[in-house]
Design a binder for this molecule. Structure first.
Ligand code: GLN
Length: 543
């Protein structure tokens, strides 16, 4: 058997597992810890997912939450959104390992003859493959700290191989180079009204049965963990009391690093991993303060079809928060289910009453789109600041063609392949593609910005945005749309793909669309100008 790749000697590993229930926010916790440690050098997050899909790109956002798209074209778990937003880095698709990828890799090795003569087994071959992938990333990135988040909860069959692989890591990298953090749930049952440690004890037992003794336990709880419960968890789970940290329920996830810090997590991690750099959280703290204390409030409508599950628009919500924090504005989001407008149950005027700004986010297919188009028309005609994201730009273009260019029934061929005015049409390179996995126009692309436009004021002559689409503004109709006053202010350098669209400021205070998903590259400390300008304009209008 080939010797295992060895990670750089300097790399420290922090492994995060979860227990008791899913949805405790391990991804946010990992990102928050990474942020607190970020003055210690290069922090690289990795997420290990148990499912057999190669990536989440083909999953329904209702089931799995939003698909996060990376600059390198990778379609990855939405936890990568937290990593990027907290750490301010561009993650890579290799950092999201799925069992689909692991088995692909092992099978390729087996066919190549790498295991010749051997019976290929879960242990050691699959677990070695997992470690190899982790070490490969550590080496390629020359990481100072690897944050490794194991998906799911301890005891899930589909994650057992990851748990076993991260257990083996300790021997491979040395005890002083690795810290294990286990995140659990501390309930406060309604009738007893006190914090309960039993689920944590049981979950830590499951972890210890698998050979992992946690160094830190984060107990997710509605209140700060009190002294007595920390004591109990410390005794039963064999960790120092100071290593029991509250994972407080907060309505602002950006407060989490500050909560962890105040609970003393850095003392434990610095001691265990011999880290020395002091934390640098001033700007972060200032922005969190801005979020929690903004006085001016605006209401922003998001018109979509997945509005029942906010996770499917997670990045849009975060981008709104980032921009609001920078402007010192509190933005209340109102979800508008456009099927209701489409069915005639509510009028756009009624649905958009009291709204200061509107977003139509990305989407696919035909459900609710006529309702979205009517809402966009209302926003355009009534000067409501509007931002269209991907599908939202395509639909705004269709609305403009119908209302202003005398093209009745203009549409996208995604919805109506025989429309007389195919304003939005398939990208030529998409013709003939039948496979659905990772075949859209994906990832980061440069955008050339037109001089003299609003976009130029926001970005200068060139910017880079992230994409995930199959359709585009049909080049045949561009000059007609432009003649009637629509401005295409951003284009792809390699070909005339329209990337940003706007109405001149004398016609509308803020009406913009982009074929991109700027929400994916917005960070708390570096908000997306699209969202900043939308909210700034809404806030002026409200005055
Ligand atoms: N359905 C549209 C397309 O494929 C928009 C995609 C999106 O909003 N992400 O081009």
């Amino acid at each position: 058997m080939q010797p295992l790749i060895i990670p750089p000697a300097k790399t420290k590993f922090i492994v995060i597992t979860g227990g008791v229930i899913s949805g405790l926010g391990k991804g946010v916790a990992a990102a928050a810890i990474g942020k607190l440690l970020s003055s210690n050098g290069k922090i690289i997050p990795m997420k290990l997912d148990g499912y057999l899909n190669v990536d989440p790109g083909t999953m329904n956002p209702l089931e799995h939450g939003e698909v996060f798209v990376l600059d390198d074209k990778g379609e990855v778990d939405m936890d990568f959104g937290h990593y990027e937003r907290f750490l301010g880095i561009n993650c890579k698709s290799k950092w999201n390992l799925t069992m689909g990828k692991v088995f692909d890799f092992v099978r390729q090795k087996e066919r190549r003859g790498d295991y010749l003569g051997k019976t290929v087994q879960f242990i050691p071959h699959v677990t070695n493959a997992i470690k190899e992938k982790i070490f490969e990333v550590a080496n390629e990135e020359d990481a100072d700290i690897m944050m490794i988040e194991v998906g799911g909860t301890v005891g899930d069959l589909e994650n057992e191989l990851y748990i076993e692989a991260v257990r083996q890591l300790k021997n491979a990298v040395g005890e002083k180079n690795i810290a294990y953090i286990h995140m659990t749930y501390v309930p406060i049952p309604g009738n007893v009204k006190e914090q309960k440690s039993k689920p944590t004890q049981q979950s830590v037992n499951l972890l210890r049965q698998r050979g992992i003794q946690p160094d830190i336990i984060i107990g997710r709880c509605a209140q700060l963990l009190d002294d007595s419960i920390k004591e109990r968890i410390s005794i039963f789970c064999d960790v120092p009391k100071e290593a029991v940290i509250t994972g407080l329920d907060v309505d602002n996830v950006y407060r989490i690093p500050l909560v962890f810090r105040d609970e003393g997590i850095l003392t434990i991690l610095n001691r265990k991993l011999q880290l020395l750099a002091p934390e640098k959280m001033e700007q972060w703290e200032y922005l969190v303060h801005q979020m929690d204390h903004a006085e001016k409030e605006i209401t922003l409508a998001i018109c979509g079809k997945y509005t029942k599950l906010e996770d499917s628009y997670a990045s849009v919500i975060e981008a709104i928060r980032h921009a609001s924090a920078h402007l010192g504005v509190k933005t209340k989001v109102k979800w508008i289910e456009t099927t209701e407008i489409e069915n005639g149950n509510v009028s756009p005027a009624h649905a958009l009453e009291g709204i200061d700004a509107m977003i139509v986010p990305g989407g696919f297919g035909s459900r609710g789109i006529e309702g979205k188009i009517r809402a966009i028309q209302y926003a355009r005609e009534h000067g409501i600041p509007y931002l269209g994201l991907c599908y939202g730009m395509q639909l705004a273009t269709i609305e403009y063609a119908r209302s202003m260019c005398n093209m009745p029934n203009a549409n996208t061929t995604e919805v109506n392949p025989v429309t007389p005015y195919p304003i939005i049409d398939l990208l030529p390179e998409q013709n003939g593609i039948t496979e659905k996995g990772a075949t859209m126009r994906l990832g980061g692309h440069d955008v050339l910005v037109k001089a003299g436009t609003h976009a130029e004021k926001m970005f200068g002559p060139l910017t880079r945005l992230r994409f995930r689409h199959r359709y585009e503004v049909n080049p045949t109709f561009i000059s007609e749309l432009e003649k009637k006053g629509l401005v295409f202010s951003g284009k792809a350098p390699e070909r005339e793909i329209m990337q940003i669209m706007e109405l001149p400021t004398e016609k509308h205070p803020f009406f913009m669309g982009t074929q991109a998903h700027p929400e994916l590259s917005s960070r708390l400390e570096q908000p997306s100008p699209f969202f900043v300008e939308l909210i700034r304009s809404a806030s002026h209008r409200k005055k």
